[in-house]
Write a protein that binds this ligand. Structure first.
Ligand SMILES: *Cc1c(COP(=O)(O)O)cnc(C)c1O
Length: 234
Protein backbone atom coordinates (compact mmCIF):
# COMPACT_ATOMS: atom_id res chain seq x y z
CA UNK A 1 0.00 0.00 0.00
CA UNK A 2 1.06 3.57 -0.62
CA UNK A 3 1.61 6.26 1.96
CA UNK A 4 -1.80 7.80 1.20
CA UNK A 5 -3.67 4.54 1.85
CA UNK A 6 -1.67 3.88 5.01
CA UNK A 7 -2.36 7.39 6.22
CA UNK A 8 -6.11 6.99 5.67
CA UNK A 9 -6.15 3.95 7.96
CA UNK A 10 -4.02 5.67 10.62
CA UNK A 11 -6.20 8.80 10.53
CA UNK A 12 -9.33 6.73 11.13
CA UNK A 13 -7.73 4.86 14.01
CA UNK A 14 -6.41 8.01 15.68
CA UNK A 15 -9.77 9.75 15.30
CA UNK A 16 -11.75 6.97 16.92
CA UNK A 17 -9.18 6.45 19.68
CA UNK A 18 -9.21 10.20 20.38
CA UNK A 19 -12.99 10.12 20.61
CA UNK A 20 -12.84 7.22 23.06
CA UNK A 21 -10.59 9.26 25.31
CA UNK A 22 -12.80 12.34 25.13
CA UNK A 23 -10.66 14.26 22.68
CA UNK A 24 -10.60 15.32 19.05
CA UNK A 25 -8.35 14.31 16.16
CA UNK A 26 -6.69 17.77 16.26
CA UNK A 27 -5.55 17.17 19.83
CA UNK A 28 -3.11 14.52 18.66
CA UNK A 29 0.04 15.02 16.63
CA UNK A 30 0.91 12.30 14.15
CA UNK A 31 4.69 12.32 13.97
CA UNK A 32 5.94 10.60 10.80
CA UNK A 33 9.03 8.57 11.68
CA UNK A 34 11.21 8.99 8.63
CA UNK A 35 14.40 7.15 9.66
CA UNK A 36 15.82 5.32 6.60
CA UNK A 37 13.07 6.87 4.44
CA UNK A 38 14.35 8.69 1.35
CA UNK A 39 13.60 12.32 0.58
CA UNK A 40 11.23 11.44 -2.26
CA UNK A 41 8.90 9.53 0.04
CA UNK A 42 9.25 12.19 2.71
CA UNK A 43 8.13 14.77 0.13
CA UNK A 44 5.13 12.56 -0.58
CA UNK A 45 4.26 12.44 3.11
CA UNK A 46 4.75 16.19 3.40
CA UNK A 47 2.37 16.76 0.51
CA UNK A 48 -0.22 14.75 2.45
CA UNK A 49 0.11 17.19 5.33
CA UNK A 50 2.69 15.38 7.45
CA UNK A 51 5.16 18.12 8.29
CA UNK A 52 6.44 16.81 11.63
CA UNK A 53 9.12 14.18 11.06
CA UNK A 54 10.97 12.09 13.63
CA UNK A 55 14.47 10.71 13.25
CA UNK A 56 16.70 8.52 15.41
CA UNK A 57 20.10 9.66 14.31
CA UNK A 58 21.49 13.19 14.47
CA UNK A 59 23.54 12.45 11.33
CA UNK A 60 20.38 11.68 9.37
CA UNK A 61 18.67 14.89 10.50
CA UNK A 62 21.81 16.80 9.68
CA UNK A 63 21.83 15.44 6.14
CA UNK A 64 18.11 15.58 5.37
CA UNK A 65 17.69 19.03 6.90
CA UNK A 66 19.27 20.54 3.80
CA UNK A 67 17.40 18.31 1.34
CA UNK A 68 13.79 19.01 2.25
CA UNK A 69 12.08 22.22 3.33
CA UNK A 70 9.10 22.97 5.52
CA UNK A 71 9.63 20.09 7.93
CA UNK A 72 9.60 20.30 11.71
CA UNK A 73 12.26 17.86 12.94
CA UNK A 74 12.03 15.78 16.10
CA UNK A 75 14.94 13.90 17.65
CA UNK A 76 13.29 10.70 18.92
CA UNK A 77 16.20 8.27 19.24
CA UNK A 78 18.86 8.03 21.91
CA UNK A 79 21.10 11.10 21.82
CA UNK A 80 24.76 11.09 22.79
CA UNK A 81 26.05 14.27 24.37
CA UNK A 82 28.71 14.70 21.69
CA UNK A 83 26.01 14.78 18.96
CA UNK A 84 23.88 17.53 20.50
CA UNK A 85 25.76 20.22 18.60
CA UNK A 86 24.65 18.80 15.24
CA UNK A 87 20.93 19.13 15.86
CA UNK A 88 20.51 21.84 18.47
CA UNK A 89 19.35 24.45 15.94
CA UNK A 90 17.52 21.99 13.66
CA UNK A 91 15.00 20.16 15.85
CA UNK A 92 11.88 21.58 17.48
CA UNK A 93 11.65 18.90 20.17
CA UNK A 94 14.05 16.37 21.67
CA UNK A 95 12.00 13.38 22.89
CA UNK A 96 14.79 11.31 24.35
CA UNK A 97 16.35 13.05 27.34
CA UNK A 98 17.18 10.55 30.06
CA UNK A 99 20.04 12.09 32.04
CA UNK A 100 20.98 15.38 33.66
CA UNK A 101 24.26 15.28 31.79
CA UNK A 102 22.53 15.22 28.41
CA UNK A 103 20.15 17.99 29.47
CA UNK A 104 23.10 20.10 30.63
CA UNK A 105 24.76 19.74 27.25
CA UNK A 106 21.53 20.67 25.44
CA UNK A 107 21.10 23.67 27.74
CA UNK A 108 24.67 24.82 27.19
CA UNK A 109 24.43 24.52 23.39
CA UNK A 110 21.01 26.16 23.29
CA UNK A 111 22.07 29.04 25.51
CA UNK A 112 25.08 29.65 23.27
CA UNK A 113 22.65 30.11 20.36
CA UNK A 114 20.33 32.27 22.42
CA UNK A 115 17.50 29.75 22.30
CA UNK A 116 15.60 27.56 24.77
CA UNK A 117 15.12 23.97 23.65
CA UNK A 118 11.94 21.99 24.32
CA UNK A 119 12.61 18.49 25.61
CA UNK A 120 10.74 15.43 26.86
CA UNK A 121 11.89 13.05 29.57
CA UNK A 122 12.20 9.52 28.18
CA UNK A 123 10.88 6.79 30.47
CA UNK A 124 11.71 3.10 30.15
CA UNK A 125 8.23 2.12 31.17
CA UNK A 126 8.71 -1.60 30.62
CA UNK A 127 11.97 -1.58 32.63
CA UNK A 128 13.69 -3.36 29.73
CA UNK A 129 17.44 -3.71 29.77
CA UNK A 130 17.67 -3.07 26.03
CA UNK A 131 15.89 0.28 26.24
CA UNK A 132 16.94 3.80 27.03
CA UNK A 133 15.10 6.06 29.42
CA UNK A 134 14.79 6.38 33.18
CA UNK A 135 12.52 4.30 35.36
CA UNK A 136 9.13 5.74 36.12
CA UNK A 137 10.01 6.72 39.69
CA UNK A 138 13.15 8.57 38.53
CA UNK A 139 11.37 10.77 35.99
CA UNK A 140 9.93 13.46 38.28
CA UNK A 141 13.14 14.14 40.25
CA UNK A 142 15.05 14.28 36.97
CA UNK A 143 12.51 16.66 35.42
CA UNK A 144 12.81 18.95 38.44
CA UNK A 145 16.61 19.03 38.24
CA UNK A 146 16.47 19.70 34.50
CA UNK A 147 13.90 22.46 34.98
CA UNK A 148 16.58 24.57 36.69
CA UNK A 149 18.71 24.69 33.53
CA UNK A 150 18.36 27.94 31.57
CA UNK A 151 18.52 26.55 28.02
CA UNK A 152 15.84 23.84 28.18
CA UNK A 153 12.15 23.66 28.86
CA UNK A 154 10.59 20.39 30.05
CA UNK A 155 7.51 19.87 27.89
CA UNK A 156 6.40 16.35 28.78
CA UNK A 157 7.15 12.66 28.77
CA UNK A 158 7.99 10.05 26.16
CA UNK A 159 8.27 6.28 26.13
CA UNK A 160 9.01 3.40 23.78
CA UNK A 161 6.79 0.63 25.16
CA UNK A 162 7.79 -3.04 24.93
CA UNK A 163 7.29 -4.77 21.60
CA UNK A 164 4.35 -7.08 22.20
CA UNK A 165 2.12 -9.28 20.04
CA UNK A 166 -1.04 -7.85 21.51
CA UNK A 167 -0.98 -4.05 22.07
CA UNK A 168 -3.46 -4.54 24.91
CA UNK A 169 -0.50 -5.78 26.93
CA UNK A 170 0.84 -2.21 26.94
CA UNK A 171 -2.37 -0.54 28.08
CA UNK A 172 -1.45 -0.65 31.77
CA UNK A 173 1.97 0.84 31.04
CA UNK A 174 0.47 3.68 28.99
CA UNK A 175 -1.91 4.32 31.87
CA UNK A 176 1.05 4.62 34.27
CA UNK A 177 2.64 7.16 31.92
CA UNK A 178 -0.54 9.23 31.77
CA UNK A 179 -0.91 9.16 35.54
CA UNK A 180 2.62 10.47 36.09
CA UNK A 181 2.09 13.07 33.35
CA UNK A 182 -0.97 14.42 35.17
CA UNK A 183 0.66 14.18 38.61
CA UNK A 184 3.64 16.29 37.50
CA UNK A 185 1.36 18.73 35.68
CA UNK A 186 -0.72 19.27 38.82
CA UNK A 187 2.35 20.24 40.82
CA UNK A 188 2.92 23.32 38.66
CA UNK A 189 6.70 23.27 38.82
CA UNK A 190 8.48 26.31 37.40
CA UNK A 191 9.75 25.68 33.86
CA UNK A 192 7.93 22.35 33.57
CA UNK A 193 5.02 22.51 31.20
CA UNK A 194 3.41 19.10 30.77
CA UNK A 195 2.10 19.58 27.27
CA UNK A 196 3.21 16.47 25.36
CA UNK A 197 2.80 12.79 26.10
CA UNK A 198 4.69 11.04 23.31
CA UNK A 199 3.83 7.34 23.20
CA UNK A 200 2.52 4.78 20.74
CA UNK A 201 4.14 3.41 17.59
CA UNK A 202 2.87 1.38 14.63
CA UNK A 203 2.12 -1.62 16.79
CA UNK A 204 0.30 0.08 19.66
CA UNK A 205 -0.63 3.67 18.83
CA UNK A 206 -4.38 3.09 19.04
CA UNK A 207 -4.14 1.87 22.63
CA UNK A 208 -1.68 4.69 23.44
CA UNK A 209 -4.11 7.36 22.20
CA UNK A 210 -6.99 5.75 24.07
CA UNK A 211 -4.84 6.08 27.21
CA UNK A 212 -3.96 9.72 26.62
CA UNK A 213 -1.04 10.03 24.20
CA UNK A 214 -1.02 13.31 22.28
CA UNK A 215 1.98 12.55 20.08
CA UNK A 216 2.19 9.19 18.31
CA UNK A 217 5.35 8.25 16.43
CA UNK A 218 4.62 6.08 13.39
CA UNK A 219 7.15 4.77 10.89
CA UNK A 220 6.43 1.32 9.46
CA UNK A 221 2.67 1.78 9.49
CA UNK A 222 3.06 4.82 7.28
CA UNK A 223 6.08 4.23 5.06
CA UNK A 224 6.21 0.41 5.09
CA UNK A 225 9.09 -1.76 6.30
CA UNK A 226 12.41 0.03 6.73
CA UNK A 227 15.35 -0.82 4.50
CA UNK A 228 18.53 -0.86 6.59
CA UNK A 229 20.59 -2.23 3.69
CA UNK A 230 20.86 1.21 2.11
CA UNK A 231 24.31 2.42 3.03
CA UNK A 232 23.27 5.81 4.41
CA UNK A 233 20.78 4.17 6.73
CA UNK A 234 23.26 2.20 8.74
C1 LIG B 1 11.55 3.73 14.91
C2 LIG B 1 10.88 4.43 16.02
C3 LIG B 1 9.49 4.67 16.02
C4 LIG B 1 8.57 4.17 14.95
O1 LIG B 1 8.47 2.78 14.96
P1 LIG B 1 7.43 2.01 14.04
O2 LIG B 1 7.19 0.74 14.76
O3 LIG B 1 8.08 1.82 12.72
O4 LIG B 1 6.21 2.83 13.93
C5 LIG B 1 8.96 5.40 17.08
N1 LIG B 1 9.72 5.85 18.08
C6 LIG B 1 11.06 5.65 18.12
C7 LIG B 1 11.85 6.20 19.26
C8 LIG B 1 11.67 4.93 17.11
O5 LIG B 1 13.00 4.72 17.16
Amino acid sequence: MGIKENLDVIEKNISSAALKSGRKREDILLLAVSKTVDIERMEEAKALGLTDMGENKPQEINRKFFEIEGVRWHQIGHLQTNKVKYIIDKVCLIHSVDSLRLAEEISKRAAAKGIVKDILIEINIGREESKHGVYLEEAEPLAVEISRLPGVRVKGLMTVAPFVDDPEENRGLFRQMKKLFVDIMNKNYDNIDMEYLSMGMTNDYTVAVEEGANIVRIGTGLFGARDYTVKDNK
